[in-house]
Design a protein around this ligand. Structure first.
Ligand code: TPP
Ligand code: SF4
Ligand code: MG
Length: 267
């Protein structure tokens, strides 16, 4: 364990400005994520955004089933746990009953693009005032690396040991492109969290997606291309490159929908 070097704002000499620190919206516990997994990075980005927008106290997160099932242990906001894929339905109910709260879902690709396809599609189409952070690592991470709808063609998983054969198993589904077709969506973008510039872009996108909700502009979803070195059988560095290059070739990093109102938001 490294020594905790946290410095309280009151301890910083007046002439100095704090430029980096531990977000208040992140709890001070070690996560269970594997080395090289970017769930932890994405948690931190969400925490930084909650701090910067000063919305931690009024935010309710909906945690998924998947490796991020314990997101409520790491993000220091109110949370509920949804059954696999049902986070958008729960978030819908929570937001409608508590319109003054800021409600977001955090979902993996198995959760959002398989069992939860109907929930996310209809939440977007209804223009629910919720924010979704969609972590796409092209696999069912938590359950041992089975094929997900997002698994790339030819990709070896525990349930496709000779590689995904799209003539049998269908083609990788592009959820952001689909969600962008819905009239209720205000902001749909795909980013990646595999290098510094990608992480900065992802943070901006997450902030814009929360702002879209706060300004009541419609449904917003940020897909983040991410890693699962454990189930991809890669080391963390390889996994970062693979996500950026191989996943990025199939899933372009692009903003698929941004309404004029969302464009005017200052991020
Ligand atoms: C209704 C239901 N079906 C299936 C499962 C088993 N299950 C748990 S996590 C998971 C896949 C998670 O994959 P993903 O959402 O991509 O998250 P990751 O672990 O990759 O971040 C599955 C199928 C479950 N818990 N509940
Ligand atoms: S199994 Fe994969 S998704 Fe889950 S924590 Fe490990 S690297 Fe991350
Ligand atoms: Mg996954």
């Amino acid at each position: 364990m490294t020594e905790d070097v946290h410095i309280e704002a009151s301890e910083i000499p007046e002439a100095m400005e704090r430029v980096y620190g531990y977000p208040e919206s992140l709890t001070r516990v070690a996560t269970h994520y594997c080395p090289g997994c970017v769930h932890g990075i994405i948690h931190r980005l969400v925490a930084e955004v909650l701090d910067e927008l000063d919305i931690r106290e009024e935010t309710i997160g909906v945690a998924p089933v998947g490796c991020a099932v314990l997101a409520y242990n790491y993000l220091n906001a109110d949370f509920v746990e949804a059954a696999h894929g049902r986070a958008p339905a729960m978030a819908t109910g929570i937001k409608r009953v508590n319109p003054d709260k800021v409600v977001f879902t955090y979902q993996g690709d198995g959760d959002l693009a398989a069992i939860g396809t109907a929930e996310i599609l209809h939440a977007a189409n209804r223009g629910e005032l919720i924010t979704t952070v969609f972590v796409n690592n092209a696999i069912y991470g938590m359950t041992g690396g089975q094929m997900a709808p997002t698994t790339l063609p030819g990709m070896v998983t525990t349930s496709t040991p000779t590689g995904r054969d799209c003539t049998l198993a269908g083609y990788p589904i592009k959820m952001s492109e689909i969600l962008a077709q819905t009239a209720g969506a205000a902001y749909i973008t795909r980013e990646h969290a595999t290098d510094v510039s990608g992480i900065h872009r992802t943070k901006k996108a997450i902030k814009r997606a929360f702002l879209a909700q706060i300004h009541q502009l419609g449904f917003a979803c940020v897909e983040v291309l991410s890693t699962c070195p454990t189930n991809w059988n890669q080391d963390p560095w390889e996994a970062m490159q693979w996500a950026k290059e191989q996943m990025g070739a199939y899933y372009p990093v692009e903003t698929f929908k941004i309404t004029d109102a969302v464009k005017t938001l200052k991020v």
